[in-house]
Design a protein around this ligand. Sequence first.
Ligand code: FAD
Length: 496
Amino acid sequence: MQQAIKKVVIAGGGTAGWMTASLLRKVLGKQVEVELVESEDIGIIGVGEATIPPIQTFNQFLGIDEKEFLRETNGTIKLAIKFENWRVKGESYFHTFGAPGANLGFCNFQHYLMRAHQNGMKKSLWDFDLNYLCCRGGVFNKISTQNPMFDIPYAYHFDSALYGKYLRKLSESAGVKRTEGIIEHIKQCEKTGNILGLQLKNGIQIEGDLFVDCTGSRALLTQKTLGVEYEDWSHWLPADSALAVQTDRFDSTLPYTRSIAHDNGWQWRIPLTNRNGNGIVYSSNYTDDEQAHDRLVNNLDSKAVNDVRKISFKTGRTKQQWHKNVIAIGLSSGFLEPLESTSIHLIQSAVVRLLKLFPHNGITQSVIDLYNQESQVEYETVRDFIILHYHVNERTDSDFWIDMREMAIPERLQNKIDVFAAVGNMFNDQHDIFRDASWLQVMLGQGINPQDYHPAANVPSLEQLNETLDKIAEAKQQPLSKMLPHDEFLKHYLGA
Ligand code: FAD
């Protein structure tokens, strides 16, 4: 007889811990007791400021009011990431959350565009993307539309430490018990190896049926106690260090993240309402801390308001995200550099998966296996998407970029690149969080030009095709008249 799950214990109270606690409590209500242990002495990693659109669903499900959330977290709107100097120095492209173009029938929009390009049309993919047009003008507004052509999917930039605090307030008022203290010892069942309880330094003992390891890169329960192995991906993604610093806000707030490639990695700029988040990501195999530090501080757009902080990491994931009666969520489950702002989303997706498969009548190996298979594909497809940015480059200015271009990449990614290069199509993996429009923008942005387009794009006459494309581009401009400069939108939406 399996043991019913009556109590979940969450170890760790960073973004992962509080996102897990709030959603478990919301969905499972009073059927399952939720207790979270965290230590103020240890603290949280305290970086992580850019997200992707599904965070809206997460907040809405918790009943969070968007205006309150933005005020509480100093949040701003994020429509895209601008990648600068990635293919070659001096060039940039956007990966927006929008869907460029329109649905034109049997084959995807890019095929029609490729035919038009071959016949001299000058408009780029992004001229058909409302998110891009808003980024270009630095504007945003919430418009209600039934027409998917005019959707403007967005995410947020926010202070993740404040987000954690906000979720803590909501979770505690919904009945999550929070216990302060340092976990010193972990009690295991001698027979099964399952975790039975946590012993804190202050003498408190906490028992539970199911444990969630949200202890960040310490991975106390999964890697340290259960000995779950870590799969190292640094041969594909060699960055192992970041330096982070906060600076004064700019006069005007961009509605997108900037990712600026440098000789041996890249630098981020994330605008919040009260300040900017900045950082540099690099590989210690190619550059040292001092050089990276100089590059960061010499490339800040405004005055630093705190000290530069170093964070080291190893890219990869735990081989099993669920092992025995413990699930790793957050940085304890793996690390992927924040190039596509995916970590907070991976937390969300892991908690949703846990809830879908929640073993209220007892844990079975088949459920564990399914959970692990799904999270493996999800992690690997994000990894591949990140590798794509590095691998498909034409930079010749450093060994770093040459090595990234020449390395062998995962087979699944190589297949995706080959298919796109040959016939301009993408294929999706079921648990890939990035859809066609994302892969398309990064493939084109990094400089892959398909050799061929789909024959269905030859059906309209060239005149008809150009006319249709002109009309779509024109239509995409229309909502711009309703947009406000980003700061004005925030002021108007949130109050002074
Ligand atoms: P942590 O924040 O480290 O929390 C760990 C918790 O465990 C803390 O509460 C700690 O007190 C507790 N703990 C640990 N040991 C013990 C113990 N012995 N006893 C009791 N408690 C303990 N993600 C994004 O989505 N977007 C971004 O833009 C982004 N940028 C990033 C930039 C950098 C440089 C880095 C390194 C990461 C970035 N991330 C980003 C990732 C993001 O920061 C994390 O995914 C997120 O903060 C979740 O962290 P966590 O909760 O897993 O770990």
